[in-house]
Design a binder for this molecule. Structure first.
Ligand code: NOJ
Length: 576
């Protein structure tokens, strides 16, 4: 039996907790570990196997904890190390596991390593970060004097001038997040020591933040100029840079290799290609178990993430199919629609109005039936939607605020900038988890750090638990199906109807069982003309997202095969 020797995470489902927005136990308006501990039974009942915890380390919180100032402690705003130990024990007692966020492309500028590095060019830690003099012939601070023309992910140049030394340091994200210099072996050893410290404490793996950006081309060439102005795209020189595979293999050997635990490692990798992902996740290469790729969550974007168009289903299918095929023989996919950086999928690829429940359950069904390890982001299992922002004051996220400031300063009308932010801002994902219909959705007894979505009286966990047809119960069934039907975890993937604009259809086949997944991405009835449709329609219906979707004949008696109602999804099973 093939699955006996497979790692546990191939049939697991991961749930991401963004602690700041999950549950607040002390009334300060910010979620915390006490809140997570209080909600573990909810997660256990959902059936998820792993909790991925976004950063809880001490941090000035300029990027909500992705700017870490101490790697081996817990920020008091989130609780204490004792509570983290308690969380590990409580998860393990329920047969669940904990994956920590590992943010080592950069630190906070308040991390003692950077404070020391910044103390002057002779600092023993100067070379732990990327320090460079101004461009030859220019003075510090001159326009365009930055060592390269790279644009930061959070707007503006990726270099910050340090007035005291007249040198610049590199920050691919905020200037409060200086990039570590992985060329320096001391940096790498310090990171590995820290990782071992967490594993010794009992954590079961790491989600590695932008880990494919850690190797930069030391020549630091200028990038191709994009947009208006002088800034360019430096990504060819830091996305999957020259030593990335060497660094990840070294990390694996130093940290993971000798452990008895079977850990889960997932590398967040913006810009990664299928070909690179195969190398990263080939088990024989011992780098990481799976990667988060970005292609499918950029499919509705133009030149920038703020320039969005409606989803074209064929493009989504073509993209996910390439990833399924590309990692079929070697490597492994992660599967996700949502996380703390993405707008809510039901608002983005579904219908968050009339068909909110149907489209949220359809999206869950399609994703979870692919081959790979699915990730559920808090609230996705409730069909939580994007929120409504009226003015720039409603936003909290550094990326959104910086983008607004830069664009407005450059002369773009504020309303036009706001339109992009409303759809794409990361704050859409960060509104508090909606637990019940009491004030602030039961998230806090205080004032939430970001307002609760106004639809919490209808969309909340208490209501979902009480309704057998809720999005929540559908997700529970999807997770259970992955645990009980080996074809979901291990089956081959075959895309059908690649050119159909409304129907998403595919089969999964494994050891004598075949599954068919059909889903109607539209608000009208649509026929799914899959091969053998009539026979499939008469086969066992394992799961559907309409309450009355029995396994009987098609709803349209004249249809030759399968006719699906608005946003209907079905999973059929038959012997292969
Ligand atoms: C990716 C994280 O998911 C995001 O939230 C963060 O802002 C950047 N990396 C920088 O750490």
């Amino acid at each position: 039996m093939r699955q006996v020797s497979e790692p546990w995470w191939k049939s697991a489902v991961v749930y991401q907790v963004y602690p700041r927005s999950f549950a607040d136990s002390d009334g300060d308006g910010i979620g915390d570990l006490g809140g997570v501990l209080a909600r573990l039974d909810y997660l256990h009942a959902l059936g998820v196997d792993v909790l991925w915890l976004s950063p809880i380390y001490p941090s000035p919180q300029h990027d909500n904890g992705y700017d870490i100032s101490d790697y081996t402690a817990v920020d008091p705003v989130f609780g204490s190390l004792e509570q983290l130990d308690e969380l590990i024990a409580a998860l393990h007692a329920r047969g669940m596991r904990l994956v920590m966020d590992l943010v080592v492309n950069h630190t906070s500028d308040e991390h003692p390593w950077f404070v020391e590095s910044r103390s002057g060019p002779d600092s023993p830690k100067r070379d732990w970060y990327w320090w460079r003099p101004p461009r030859p012939g220019m003075r510090p601070g001159d326009p365009g004097a930055e060592p390269t023309n790279w644009r930061s992910f959070f707007s503006g140049p990726a270099w910050q001038l340090d007035e005291a030394s007249g040198e610049y340091y590199l920050h691919l994200f905020s200037h409060r997040q200086p990039d570590l210099n992985w060329e320096n072996p001391e940096v790498r050893q310090a990171v590995y020591t820290m990782m071992r410290w967490w594993l010794d404490r009992g954590v079961d793996g790491f989600r590695m933040d932008v880990i494919n950006l850690i190797s930069k081309d030391p020549a630091l060439p200028d990038g191709h100029v994009t947009g208006s102005g002088m800034l360019g795209d430096g990504s060819p020189y830091y996305v999957c840079g020259p030593r990335i595979h060497e660094f990840l293999a070294e990390m694996h050997a130093e940290v993971m290799a000798e452990r008895e635990q079977v850990l889960l490692t997932v590398g967040e990798m913006p810009g990664v290609t299928v070909e690179e992902a195969v190398l990263f996740t080939d088990p024989a290469r011992h780098e990481v178990d799976m990667v988060f790729q970005f292609e499918h969550v950029q499919i509705d974007q133009g030149d920038t993430k703020w320039d969005v168009h409606p989803l074209r289903l064929r493009e989504l299918k073509a993209s996910l199919n390439r990833w399924q095929l590309g990692l079929a023989e070697r490597g492994w996919n992660s599967l996700y629609w949502n996380n703390h950086d993405q707008p809510r999928v039901v608002s983005r690829f579904g219908d968050d109005g009339r068909y909110r429940v149907e489209s949220a359950t359809l999206l869950g069904t399609v994703l979870h039936l692919h081959r790979g390890t699915p990730y559920v982001y808090q609230g996705e299992e409730l069909g939580m939607t994007n929120t409504s922002f009226t003015s720039i004051e409603d936003f909290r996220d550094i990326e959104s605020l910086n983008h607004y400031a830069h664009e407005v300063a450059a002369g773009t009308p504020p309303d036009a900038v706001l339109a992009g932010l409303r759809t794409m801002s990361r704050d859409n994902a960060r509104t508090p988890m909606q637990w019940d219909d009491t004030e602030h959705a039961g998230f806090t007894t205080g004032t939430p750090w970001i307002p609760v979505n106004a639809n919490y009286t209808e969309v909340n966990a208490a209501a979902a638990l009480a309704d057998p047809h809720s999005v929540l119960h559908h997700y529970r069934r999807l997770i259970e199906l992955r645990h009980t039907e080996p074809a979901v975890a291990f089956g081959d993937f075959r895309m059908l109807l690649a050119d159909d604009d409304r129907i998403y259809a595919f089969t999964r086949r494994y050891e004598g069982t075949e599954l068919l997944v059909v889903a109607n991405f539209s608000a009208e009835d649509a026929e799914a003309p899959v091969p053998d449709a009539a026979a499939w329609a008469a086969s066992e219906l394992v799961l559907g997202n309409y309450p009355d979707a029995g396994g009987g004949p098609p709803s349209d008696p004249d249809a030759a095969g399968l006719t699906l109602r608005p946003w209907e999804a079905r999973v059929y099973r038959r012997p292969a």
